[in-house]
Write a protein that binds this ligand. Structure first.
Ligand SMILES: [Zn+2]
Length: 296
């Protein structure tokens, strides 16, 4: 399964900021009330969201945060298969249909389980094949006290995120570097795709224990993390073509970073650096991709 990571969520947030700032929520629809995680469930959610104006849209880790009037924040975590879309839909009594042909009408954008209607006759919709995504409306001060937000590590693309901060965050954890890089309480935003790519670029084997890494090796991981994440944001994220789970931007379009991948899901193809076949191993239900010659 392919969870959206920092570059994909950042792309969604930047695009939403262009489109929905200063818009007012006028209505809410869902066919899956269980996704609403805030106190009071769907009834409270609906009552409190109506009339709120969107001041800005931000990202914290893989969470999308709509900063609203009256001190509220709407959180959306897209989890494994969700993505937010922006456009026009019409409810035909059974499902939401996009009258426009093109990207929004694409099959991957039709699993709509949440629709947030705005005062400009447009909607923000969540398409989520597996229904793992979660949302909720909190008083902002309460949201930042919840475990999910409070325990997040630093943001790798913050200008103040120095190598020393990275070393401290990673060094505080035990375990294999691949797993530590994906640990959202160490550093946020990195998942299976980008950790594979960062470690390949750094020539570090994913199973290396963090404690065995020297300063130079950590420096390489730090620098490649910043470079790869920034480049992937520029290319609007990664959309791995599969039958079921594909990231889309808010207009329903794919990202472009998949064209730059060196090892992720490329097992069996030659390593771009040395020509040996890229390997895949399964660890805790996750696939790791790496070159056993280049990465030691
Ligand atoms: Zn290689």
């Amino acid at each position: 399964m392919i969870m959206p990571e920092l570059p994909e969520v950042e792309t969604t947030v930047r695009d939403l900021n262009q489109e929905v700032r200063n818009r007012t929520f006028v209505d809410v629809w869902t066919d899956f009330e269980k996704m609403i995680k805030s106190p009071g469930g769907f009834a409270e959610f609906k009552k409190n969201l109506r009339g709120k104006i969107i001041l800005s849209v931000r990202r914290r880790g893989k969470n999308i945060l709509f900063e609203l009037t009256d001190g509220y924040t709407l959180l959306v975590h897209q989890k494994l298969t969700g993505h937010l879309l922006y456009g026009n839909w019409v409810y035909d009594g059974k499902s939401w249909i996009s009258p426009a042909k093109g990207d929004l009408a694409d099959p991957m954008n039709r699993y709509i389980h949440l629709v947030l209607s705005l005062d400009n006759k447009k909607q923000i919709a969540l398409s989520d094949l597996r229904k793992f995504a979660k949302t909720g409306l909190w008083k902002t001060v309460d949201l930042f006290e919840t475990k999910d937000i409070k325990e997040l590590g630093p943001e790798p693309l913050d200008p103040g995120f120095s190598f020393e901060k990275f070393r401290e965050a990673i060094g505080a954890k035990k375990g294999k570097i691949k797993q530590v890089l994906m640990d959202q309480s160490a550093v946020v935003g990195i998942g299976n795709i980008y950790s594979d790519e960062i470690l390949w670029a750094s020539r570090i084997h994913p199973a290396r224990p963090v404690q065995s890494l020297g300063r130079k090796e950590l420096k390489a991981i730090y620098e490649n993390s910043l470079r790869i994440l920034a480049e992937a944001v520029k290319l609007r994220g990664t959309t791995v073509i599969s039958n079921t789970e594909e990231y889309r931007g808010i207009g329903g379009r794919r990202g472009k970073y998949q064209e730059k991948l060196n090892v992720y899901r490329l097992n069996g193809t030659p390593c771009p650096a040395c020509g040996r076949k890229v390997e895949r191993v399964k660890v805790n239900q996750r696939s790791w991709h790496f070159c056993s010659k280049c990465q030691t």
